[in-house]
Design a protein around this ligand. Structure first.
Ligand SMILES: Nc1ncnc2c1ncn2[C@@H]1O[C@H](COP(=O)(O)OP(=O)(O)OP(=O)(O)O)[C@@H](O)[C@H]1O
Ligand SMILES: [Mg+2]
Length: 461
């Protein structure tokens, strides 16, 4: 150092610069190392982040998968599922519930349950009270009132939805459509009743037949003996008439009680219709009241049926006679026959079967079906359809379920066995019956026989 002015000498300055450089270099190296380390750390964190991201993505996909799986299960359930929060607002609703209630899930999410669904008879205090009671419920039968005024029988179950802390956060309602079960129960009840009635009818008919034969014999003897006493002879003739009428009832009873064994064959239905019409024409016991029987053959001039020929004749007789008896003025009774596709279409097309002055509205149509399994399965390729339409009194909706019961009659001299015999025969054929009617204007009873195609063989050479 220059002692005079304190300025470092050149050598000193070079040394200091070298020291500074070396310090700078050392720090630069440190910084570079630190930077490299940082870079490595960032890369490691990035890699970890990417791994975590992938795991997260995988988890989201899994959750999506599980959620859609549960949604599929929920929507595929045959039971209506509705989740409600504590404010009784709908939070979840499955497809079955949408169909049953006739509402769209998008329209009902968040809306109060009570605004959309009316459950009758669920409790005397209503659903709201039931929810508040916090008591689970298992299959209580109730009537679900639909918007169109219909009432559907449902089984209602209710359970509480709880969170992980065991607090109640909502309610889960399950509604099971009981219509099909009710139908099957009614069918089973009817079958039981028919068996019992059949057995009783057969026994009573046999018991009555013998004394009746004796009464008839003695009455005819009396008629002969009292040749000279006209007044008393008339009385004896009344006895014979009464016996004839009881005999008719007994024969119908026996006919009804006899088990039906059907023998199916192919035959032209036109022939049978003409035979029955002729029999009615010549029957002294039927008041024809100037009623015309008109046959209509839809699409096929000489349709071939596959059924029991004799029993089909009996069915046609029963239906035509009922129609004539239901009319108290001259008019037409139209018997139509034709072939129809799978039943769903047969039902839709059934209006085609009616006379062109058709009066019957669709909302008055009732179905009586047997062998439900074949309803939609396409096992039956077509149906032979036979319908009888009249312009008579019509069938009161209140008795529509009873007209096929044995002994149900509204006619003074009826036995009430005509339609129950038709029912039994159609049941044996695996067929179906529909009834359309309008009070005061007429009725139309349609029978569906499962069709069969005749085997064709070439016989010419
Ligand atoms: N075409 C119809 N129009 C109006 N009501 C009908 C018709 N067919 C049947 N019914 C009603 O159904 C009831 C039952 O008919 P069903 O043929 O079984 O017995 P019935 O005619 O009264 O007596 P039966 O046929 O044994 O002599 C009838 O009493 C009648 O009330
Ligand atoms: Mg009858």
């Amino acid at each position: 150092m220059n002692m005079d002015n304190g300025i470092p000498t050149k050598e000193e300055f070079v040394d200091q610069l070298a020291a500074a450089f070396s310090y700078f270099n050392a720090n630069t190296e440190k910084l570079t190392n630190a930077y490299n380390k940082l870079e490595q750390e960032v890369a490691r964190i990035n890699a970890e982040l990417e791994k975590k991201n992938n795991q997260l993505q995988q988890k989201i996909t899994e959750i999506d998968h599980v959620r859609s799986h549960f949604e599929n299960i929920l929507h595929s359930m045959g039971t209506a599922v509705i989740a409600i929060d504590l404010n009784e607002k709908i939070t979840v609703i499955n497809r079955c519930a949408e169909e049953l209630l006739g509402i769209d899930s998008s329209a009902c999410a968040g809306r109060p349950f009570g605004q959309l669904v009316t459950l009758d008879k669920i409790t005397s205090t209503g659903l709201s009270a039931l929810l508040k009671s916090d008591q689970p419920l298992f299959e209580r039968e109730a009537a679900l009132l639909c918007k169109n005024g219909d009432s559907i029988a449902v089984g209602v179950s209710m359970s509480l939805i709880r969170n992980s802390k065991d607090d109640t956060i909502g309610y889960l309602l399950l509604l099971r459509d009981l219509r099909e079960i009710k139908k099957l129960q009614a069918k089973a009840r009817r079958a039981d009743r028919l068996v019992a009635l059949g057995e009783m009818a057969a026994r009573v008919a046999h018991e009555i037949r013998n004394p009746l034969g004796g009464i008839e014999g003695f009455a005819s003897l009396l008629v002969r003996i009292l040749e000279s006493d006209k007044e008393n002879q008339r009385m004896a003739a009344y006895i014979m008439e009464g016996v004839k009428s009881v005999n008719h009832i007994v024969s119908s009873l026996l006919d009804y009680a006899r088990p039906v064994h059907i023998k199916k064959s192919f035959f032209p239905i036109r022939e049978i219709i003409y035979d029955v019409a002729r029999m009615i024409e010549t029957s002294p016991n039927i008041d024809k009241k100037n009623i015309k029987i008109i046959a209509e053959f839809n699409g096929d001039n000489d349709p071939v049926m596959y059924a029991d020929r004799v029993l089909t004749q009996q069915i046609i007789w029963n239906l035509l006679v009922n129609s004539i008896q239901a009319m108290d003025h001259p008019g037409d009774v139209v018997i139509s026959c034709g072939k129809r596709g799978p039943l769903k279409h047969a039902v839709e097309d059934s209006t085609l079967l009616y006379h062109e002055n058709s009066f019957v509205h669709d909302d008055s149509m009732y179905f009586y079906g047997f062998g439900e399994a074949t309803w939609n399965t396409g096992e039956i390729h077509f149906w032979n359809v036979l319908s009888v339409t009249d312009q008579g009194t019509g069938i009161d909706p209140q008795i529509k379920d009873k007209i096929f019961y044995p002994f149900y009659t509204t006619r003074e001299n009826g036995t009430g066995l005509g339609l129950s015999t038709v029912y039994k025969i159609i049941e044996e054929h695996g067929g179906k019956i529909s009834v359309k009617s309008q009070a005061g204007r007429g009725a139309c009873i349609t029978l569906y026989f499962p069709g069969e195609v005749p085997v064709q063989e070439e016989v010419s050479r």
